[in-house]
Ligand binder design. Sequence first.
Ligand code: ADP
Ligand code: MG
Length: 695
Amino acid sequence: MSRSDLEQAVTSLAGVGDAMAAKLSRLRIERIADLLFHLPLRYQDRTRITPIATLRAGQEAVVDGEVCAADVIKGRRRSLLVRLKDGSGILSLRFFHFSPAQQQQFAPGVHVRCFGEARAGATGLEIYHPEYRLLRQEDAPVEDHLTPIYPTTEGLTQPRLRGLIAQALKALEEAPHTLPDGIPDALRERFRLPELHACLGYLHEPPPDADLERLASGTHPTQRRLALEELLAHQLSLRQVRLRIQTDGAPPLTSGRGLQARFLTQLPFALTGAQRRVLDEIARDLETATPMLRLVQGDVGSGKTVVAAMAALQAIAGDCQAAMMAPTELLAEQHFRNLREWFAPLGIEVGWLSGKLKGKARLDTKAAIADGRVQMAVGTHALFQDDVHFKRLGLAIVDEQHRFGVHQRLALRQKGEAGGLTPHQLVMTATPIPRTLAMSAYADLDLSVIDELPPGRTPVQTVAVPDERRPEVVTRIRHACGEGRQAYWVCTLIEESEALQCQAAEATRDALTETLPELAVGLIHGRMKPAEKAEVMDAFKAGELDLLVATTVIEVGVDVPNASLMIIENPERLGLSQLHQLRGRVGRGGTESFCVLLYHPPLSAHSRERLGVMRETTDGFRIAEKDLELRGPGEVLGTRQTGLAQMKIADLERDKDLLDRVSPLAKALLEEAPDASEILIRRWLGEEAGRYGQV
Ligand code: ADP
Ligand code: MG
């Protein structure tokens, strides 16, 4: 390897020892090439000399001048004041820290070049502590490019970092082939992208006439090329995961129709057009010997559970097992009950497994899953732990995907291995993922959208009410329940403590029981035993309870169509998507439903905006877009899950228009230059890409 190989560690650069390498490592710079991708935060213009007369306060500028005086000023703070003239005007340089030697340097008649920010001072325009040097001749050259300012770390100065990056640029010049472009020429031309080396060179050393405004806003073509490349790398790595999974075999499931038809005749409703369309898409995937990887996206209440059940029947009819995993015990439990009720008449055995199932019951369930007696397994993530073995898992269903990570999902792949086959995967989410995000974060999944709610639903009406009007809200509950309706009262999270949240819910239950003695008030929270929770939910479902006080455990999936009123206490503590989820618990039956956001004033501007969105719309897609705008993608989807927040250059808000170009580019690249994708993935995702690859 030549010394200039960019893959080498930074320690192979002149003057970089272990101590410097450690500092660079804090900036995630390990190899020489990493220096090239360490891009400036901003730039200074030191390429031209500014006449003093044209200098403005707040301007950073290079000034050349001749010293006319240098005096120590005794004022409130002692300072050295150097008066500089350039034929157009006079400027002062002011030093609060200075040495006697420095003072002597500035003898009258000496030529000085300085750089700094001009400000209005006691003597007119002044520059405090400028960078400066004494000139021998007046026409010494200025910088020939803009000066980059880099993100740095303690003990690493800008000039030092600049010097290292200059070395890296030189290494690149000497051995350009050691940093391949990653996007081949033909594609670059077709997609009108500038060349990688040119972009890097430009961004580290922009010419004097560069458009500083565009550079500052991150929209310069060179920056956009790099952002696009980063997004591309993320998408490629997800596609790679997909390809890897799809080289496995899956059981072709071709014989579900009869069983599905029998199931449908016992349902009290007909499927919506959207459900049928999505089911067709799923059925076609399941019939092939390639594992399905499909995301079903449908707003709360759109009827995803039935779709999942239908898919499961196709697997079971094909002599395979199906498994359904939900993120919370409560939701998993509810799925279990639903499916057991639906499947019992069909003679299908449904099993239950959660982390809380212990002892003999656990061993029995695991044995029944292992020998195939359980045809439909339902549970929490416990279902996919190492000690659970399926006889022949044909379909893995993951509900409310946004709570699980990409990696957890990929781990499912191993569950089919006992039978030598990889299960089909169906992922369901109610968090409507804006299309742009779907393309980058979920590029490994095919997308089906249930874009229609079952008929007869009336949109939930939402009002925001300050908590001093609590008595009115209580009256409202009395009326609704008096008419045979049911209501939820949701206590939101206090700090991060589940214990405190449960306490608050208990106190609320006690208070409401006292003010509403004629109503049956129930309580459900995360600290109750599964059996207790189930009992409460059953009682609420059966109408034995009028009012259910709950913590946010009821956020996902809970389904009681007769509940038509929801009070959410302190809604300002919750994100938009969570509020939307909660509100989705009402409006499931035919009657008009209401959601009362009982907030604690004063509201911040941000909170007011969020509650405003909730009042205006029940459209999950709009809410998700708004959420994305207000909170950013990392928080909406869960930072760790998506890897999006680790983006180095791309910014999904700013660069969202680029996402339209990512998919076609990824496709073309995989077809025309498959090897290049490895380069890009390694460059932008590094070790993370390795992790995806292992699964
Ligand atoms: P989600 O998509 O939020 O998971 P669910 O699957 O819980 O929604 O369905 C919500 C409610 O709508 C349930 O009570 C379910 O039985 C009912 N449902 C589902 N599909 C239909 C349909 N086609 N017509 C009428 N009701 C339906
Ligand atoms: Mg659901």
